[in-house]
Design a protein around this ligand. Sequence first.
Ligand code: GLU
Length: 476
Amino acid sequence: MNVRTRFAPSPTGLLHVGGARTALFCWLFARRHGGTFVLRIEDTDRERSTQVSIDAILDGLRWLGLDADEGPWFQSDRLAIYQEHVERLLRQGRAYRCYCSKDELDAMRDAQRARGEKPRYDGRCRHRTGPPPAGIDPVVRFRNPDEGTVVFDDLVRGTVAFDNRELDDLVIARGSGMPTYNFGVVVDDLDMDITHVIRGDDHVMNTPRQLNIMAALDATPPRFAHVPMILGADGQRLSKRHGAVGVMQFRDDGYLPEALLNQLVRLGWSHGDQEIFSREEMVALFDIADVHRAPAAFDYDKLGWLNQHYIRQSDSERLGALIVEQLERMDLDARGGAAPSLLADVQRDRGRTIAEMAEKSRFAFEEYDEFDERAAKKHLRPVALEPLEAVREKLRAMATWEPELLHAAVVECAETLSLNLGKVAQPLRVALTGTAASPAIELTLQMVGRDATLSRIDRAIAYVRERIQQFPLAGG
Ligand code: GLU
């Protein structure tokens, strides 16, 4: 069988973690079986669909590397096809026009509730005769079978059965002629020869309705796999509170796409106790039949851990470019300053996210506002004046700005003044970064660069002088 899967988002918001996981499973299943992954944008809800969402979905998929083999198809381009199928069902008596007004439907449901029944459309227009009421654009309803059971063998949930008495006559086309979700999806899954529908289990209730429509269209239905929902680490449904944001936010927060993909593939699927999966391994190992039924928890700690793993594996060129991109997102001008590969090598083991690494590199591109109070108090004391002046002179005179030479210069300075290295390096570090913590002093110097180094040392010297003037008697 030529496997064909599809990801069919409605463009009414960002591509969230749940959608991205569905897309990944569809993509993996197609790749695993040498099949085709189709992307379909379900944009028939004209009021809620936006171009911003379409772009966010496409950007998110591109960032994650979930490239479609076909599409994106847009349902809004396919209205004539749905119309044709609606007509066919009408002709065959499998669908009918319904002229009920909203008030009438409300009254019907109120009466049902009052009788203790579940509100549902009672089929009153099935046998309507006489001229159609004026001024109403009728909807079209599918004539659902009254009896019997709809059974399907879900690849994740096993056998699922619904009693037709639970299902009412569903609207398949709105008054405007637009198909509803349940109809567009059926026509497209058939027309696009989809063999496997993999989607969130919030759709499981729609499946019997869709199967009934497929049967009315004399079609062989695809297989279905409803994947479990995603929870936050606290066991609650994933929400904004858990950072259930669009996937591009993960990029902006400094995660690598392979870390997010790795986290997503583990949401409902496992392979022994393996945690780390390259894209190739996922493709080789993933099987929809191994997806669990139980909800899966999205764990930020795990994501951070995975991210660190992939950061360590990235080559310096890529990592450097990502740090620079992140710095620019922080509104820093990062071009022309410290080399990206230097940033990568210095920060590789110093953060769980690119954002942390960029934040730790900030001092290379922007002068601090003020000295950190504790650091200045401890390291920019009157005794720091002499080493700061000496190291400034030495650095000013350097012909090349290379780490080994920079390191040697600081060591030499300390030796000349008979101080231990820290008595020179710490005041220098505070001068360069405003704080007492930074990478090795020669790397810090390299990141800041010669001109900024000299001017920042001047600033520290001025600070120490002022302190001496204010407190002339303060010792050491
Ligand atoms: N368009 C639907 C949604 O965004 C998904 C349809 C489906 O997968 O069947 O929820």
